[in-house]
Ligand binder design. Structure first.
Ligand code: F6P
Length: 361
């Protein structure tokens, strides 16, 4: 057992869940307990539970089943304590002061936050408030800057790819255009990877505004060339060129007024322009569901165990990220309020185009 001044560590998961959270918690707790004699407090339901003082003690016997378990056994919310700084709760404290109170009450030496952009931004702000915080990268969207890995992305891509690959058979049977809407409001990584991996004809991403007439032309050309059906993958945040020209506020209004998803809209427009029967499938939360892939289990274990070493070395205020095939710790606030988008000249975008995929641009 190695020496560590850090004895008691709080863990919380925040934001949308992702396959990989549970194995990361297992890796952290096993390594922390085995190598440093640390104790772990599981904070329930993200920052919301922290504010309300909801916690459990994590015991060694809780850990084995976490390796293969999807979701997060601690629960999660999208609470942003610094947004409600002026709101005083029944405890007489604002959200941030409540968190600081429970951090002290539970005698935490440090806190590990498993979250995406917003949650790690909060982690960075808590670190500025004097808490000893370490962040870990979690998001199926793969949109955290400075890291080439986040828990859940590979599993989500796998689910989307399997689903789109399956849809080919029914598309072929009915000679239809099948539109599959995948997650990704701001970043189109899931759409790009799953679209290429499943042989989509068209991929529409938030980063590449599309012209519906160009999309329709690609589908009509397919038909003329003898292809019975077409597959269109649409990120939920994909936008057409007109929408892309709007300012942020107007765009939000336009989207709020939409009565169907963007995938359903694309399906309707394609049918109107080409005359070909079109159907839309929205994969939704299936992409965050179920057991993590082996790759996510391994990487989550690596990140969790490495976090225990960072805790023992008291390297706080950092988020662990994956760069050049290794984990490095960078300041938490370096990832704050940023989104890692698909560059329009990404090698995969170029490759997709060169094998005939249309982005509608
Ligand atoms: O966590 C990221 C994400 O899965 C996005 O891809 C998606 O747009 C969003 O969460 C859905 O959030 P919620 O589960 O709150 O509906």
């Amino acid at each position: 057992m190695k020496d560590s001044k850090v004895k008691t560590v709080g863990i919380l998961t925040s934001g949308g869940d992702a396959p990989g959270l549970n194995p990361a918690i297992r890796g952290l707790c096993e390594a922390g307990m085995n190598n440093y004699g640390m104790k772990f407090v599981g904070i329930l339901n993200g920052y919301k539970g922290f504010e309300a003082g909801q916690c459990i003690s994590i015991e060694k016997e809780d850990l084995p089943e976490l390796l293969t378990a999807g979701g997060t056994f601690l629960g999660s919310t999208r609470e942003k304590p610094f947004k409600n700084k002026d709101k005083i709760s029944e405890t007489g404290l604002n959200a941030v002061d409540s968190i600081k109170k429970f951090y002290k009450k539970w005698k935490l030496d440090a806190l590990v936050v498993l979250g995406g952009n917003g949650s790690n931004t909060t982690a960075g702000l808590l670190s500025q408030e004097g808490l000893n915080v370490i962040g870990l990268p979690k998001t199926i969207d793969n949109d955290i800057v400075h890291t080439n890995y986040s828990f859940g992305f590979q599993t989500a891509v796998n689910i989307a790819t399997e689903s789109i690959s399956m849809i080919h058979t029914t598309a072929a049977s009915h000679s239809r255009v099948m539109i599959v809407e995948v997650m990704g409001h701001k970043a189109g990584w899931i759409g790009l990877h799953s679209g290429i991996a499943s042989g989509a004809d068209v991929i529409l991403l938030p980063e590449i505004p599309y012209d519906i007439n160009k999309v329709a032309k690609k589908i009509s050309d397919n038909k003329k060339a003898g292809k019975k059906y077409s597959i269109v993958v649409v990120s939920e945040g994909a936008m057409d060129k007109e929408e892309a020209a709007l300012d942020k506020k107007t765009f939000k209004k336009v989207r709020a007024a939409m009565t169907c998803s963007v995938g359903a809209r694309v399906a309707k427009q394609i049918e109107e322009i080409t005359g070909l029967e079109s159907r839309c499938t929205v994969l939704g939360h299936l992409q965050r569901a179920g057991s993590p892939l082996p790759y996510d289990r391994c990487m989550a274990t690596l990140f969790g165990a490495t976090a225990a070493d960072y805790l023992a070395r008291e390297e706080f205020g950092k988020i662990l990220v994956w760069q050049n095939d290794q984990i490095v710790g960078i300041p938490l606030l370096d990832v704050a309020s940023q989104v890692k988008n698909v560059p329009t000249d990404d090698p995969l975008v170029k490759t997709a185009k060169s094998v005939g995929v249309s982005f509608g641009d």
